[in-house]
Design a protein around this ligand. Structure first.
Ligand SMILES: *Cc1c(COP(=O)(O)O)cnc(C)c1O
Length: 397
């Protein structure tokens, strides 16, 4: 594995980012997880079960599709990594499957999760149905109201959706409530976190479980290009999990450039944005030290993006580190640019991408490519969930 100095340290840091800033009452639980996760994840038994589920349940490997039209437009070779074709419509199922297996191996009998838009909630409720485990999903009441289809899906899958009424009633508040639950039931409950965020070891767990994306890219590129690495990888970042999975096996390979697309919202300078890496200051969120969008008093500011999955006021500590040491280039993409890119891909390739993924696609217009450069863009999810927004936008063009 080519990871060099991008691996998490024993204490859970990537440079100055990461760590485990948690309530005293959870120390024991988190420490047990820190000790248990690597031996389990690296065991033959875990890998056998995980790989089988990824293949037969999630539908992997996801195709690496050569886009002739995007390649012509940009004068290089553009491949799309099709995470949109996974069961439940995005990359999130990779992580949910892995964490529920980990929970079972640790003898846990109950699952909790937090969700913003509901995508991680649906992935978690799905694997809980599969494994027959009780599942409580915390979701801000505002989000419950604006994401009703996902709420109904979670309920149909057998999960209890708990509407959170504190704060702004969105993701950050749901996360606080999930941590509160975890504090009350530390021995029997496993907290499935949906992105490369949270206290150590979660960012490392999620990155490892999502690394199947770049693992597959290696053999797919070897077959199509005669070498197992691209010149550049482009992915969108909310918390950072699809990007982490896409770059995991290439972090130590300097020949592979990394471009991360974060959500500019209405514009980085408008106050209505989720461009955490561009605007964030060092702070603590969700148990980790990383860039956080905050006001002058250090209060976390409510982020905004048209894309619910990128609407997060923090960023995974790995990504904060990659940006800080210039291993990754970060581009903020505004709502209108993402919408335009989504329609372009739909019309040129017949693929309706998720709004999140459209941010990665829009970044292509801002990159100067070398002729013939081999580029992989991760299409993190499909656009079914975003049809309401797309229909509204189509009325304006
Ligand atoms: C949740 C989500 C994202 C953002 O999460 P990451 O952890 O940054 O990958 C991106 N795309 C889709 C389709 C999502 O559902």
């Amino acid at each position: 594995m080519e990871k060099d100095n991008y691996s998490v340290s024993e204490k859970g840091y990537y440079g100055q980012f990461g760590g485990a800033y948690i309530p005293e009452i959870l120390h024991d639980t988190v420490e047990k997880l820190q000790k248990a996760y690597l031996p389990i994840l690296e065991s033959e038994e875990f890998q056998r079960e995980f790989q089988l589920l990824l293949r037969d349940y999630a539908g992997r490997p996801s195709p690496l599709y050569f886009s002739k039209k995007l390649s012509q437009k940009h004068g290089c070779k553009i491949y799309l990594k099709r995470e949109d074709l996974n069961h439940t419509g995005a990359h999130k199922i990779n992580n949910a499957l892995g964490q529920i297996l980990l929970a079972k191996k640790m003898g846990k009998t109950r699952i909790i999760a937090e969700t913003g838009a509901g995508q991680h909630g649906v992935a978690t409720a799905t694997v809980c149905a599969l494994m027959g485990m009780p599942c409580t999903v915390y979701m801000g009441k505002t989000d419950v109201e604006r994401q009703m289809p996902n709420v109904k899906k979670m309920q149909m899958l057998g999960a209890t959706v708990f509407p959170v009424t504190s704060g702004n009633m969105t993701l950050k508040d749901a996360t606080n409530e999930a941590i509160r639950d975890w504090c009350c039931h530390p021995s029997d409950t496993f907290y499935i976190i949906g992105s490369t965020v949270g206290p150590h070891p979660y960012p490392d767990i999620v990155a490892r479980l999502q690394s199947v994306i770049s693992e597959e890219m290696k053999s797919q590129l070897a077959e199509k290009e005669g070498r197992d690495y691209p010149d550049r990888i482009v992915a969108c970042v909310g918390g950072g999990s699809n990007a982490a999975g896409s770059i995991y096996h290439y972090l130590g390979n300097d020949k592979v450039k990394i471009t991360l697309a974060e959500a500019g919202g209405e514009g980085v300078d408008t106050g209505r944005t989720a461009a955490t890496i561009k605007l964030g200051k060092l702070g603590i969120i969700h148990g980790a030290r990383t860039f956080v969008i905050q006001d002058e008093n250090g209060q976390i500011k409510e982020p905004y993006s048209i894309s619910a999955g990128l609407d997060y006021p923090g960023i995974g500590p790995l990504h904060a580190y990659l940006a800080d040491c210039h291993r990754a280039e970060v581009i903020a993409i505004n709502d209108d640019e993402a919408l335009k890119a989504a329609f372009e891909l739909t019309r040129s390739e017949g693929i309706i991408p998720a709004l999140e993924s459209a941010h990665a696609l829009a970044a292509l217009d801002k990159i100067e490519f070398r002729p013939g450069e081999v580029v992989v863009v991760t299409v993190s999810g499909r656009g079914d969930k975003d049809m309401e927004v797309y229909i509204k936008y189509a009325e304006h063009i």
